[in-house]
Design a protein around this ligand. Structure first.
Ligand code: HEM
Length: 203
């Protein structure tokens, strides 16, 4: 139990919080997007409702903002050990080689995502999970037997955070501010991320 608790804490805390920082940084730059998120949330839950899992199925913009953040900023790596000698796209990979999947580069590949550096949650509209290209073009939680088993918890946390923040607050930031990223196993911002947070005036 102790070892499981340590695993969950080390794998679950910085991944979720770093993703939340990246998400809020982009939202803060886009007042119109915040208004659209507010409208979506209040149309499903009203002003004071507490959303549950089913409500989030009816909030595609909230979901797409999270997907877009994880495309641009995959917080954790996928690492595998080659089980046998193999050839991948003409490269010989000997048995026991560590293979790191470069999720950061895949998520910014213009062949998969036009104008890839641009934060655009609307690019996910109409795309289905079953669509092979989309599924394998963005694997922020990994895949297969070792995929992240905190995925659903992390997604629920991010949905709740974004929906509640957009319902109650208006965020802003210096439009010219950009993120300087650093990867120390996990991806994070090198410096502090500054946001202005103002209580929303309900009309
Ligand atoms: C936005 C948040 C998160 C991201 C982006 C993320 C991403 C990942 C990735 C990419 C992997 C490797 C998957 C693979 O090798 O196929 C992983 C593994 C793992 N994650 Fe997460 N994770 C997040 C949140 C969490 C949370 C909240 C927990 C726990 C409550 C958690 C627990 C784990 C554990 C235990 C593993 C290792 C699974 C194994 O090796 O069998 N993660 N995560």
């Amino acid at each position: 139990a102790l070892s499981q608790a340590c695993d969950l804490l080390s794998a679950g805390v910085d991944t979720s919080s770093n993703t939340a920082v990246f998400l809020l940084h982009h939202i803060a730059k886009e007042p119109e997007l915040q208004q659209a998120l507010y409208d979506e949330f209040t149309s499903v839950c009203g002003l004071n409702g507490i959303p549950d899992f089913n409500d989030f199925q009816r909030m595609p913009l909230v979901r797409n903002c999270i997907k877009e953040t994880l495309r641009l900023y995959p917080a954790a790596p996928i690492i595998r050990l080659a089980q046998t000698d193999m050839v991948v796209h003409g490269y010989k990979v000997p048995k026991n080689t560590s293979i790191v999947f470069e999720l950061f580069l895949i998520g910014r590949d213009p062949k998969l995502y036009p104008n890839p550096e641009h934060f655009n949650p609307y690019r996910w509209e109409g795309k289905k999970e079953q669509d092979g290209l989309v599924t394998f073009g963005s694997l922020p939680f990994g895949a297969g037997v070792r995929m992240c088993y905190g995925r659903r918890l992390a997604e629920l946390e991010l949905h709740l955070l974004l929906a509640n923040i957009c319902r109650r607050f208006v965020l802003s930031t210096d439009q010219s501010s950009s993120l300087e990223l650093i990867k120390l196993t996990l991806l994070r911002s090198k410096g502090p991320v500054r946001l202005h947070i103002k209580e929303r005036e309900h009309v």
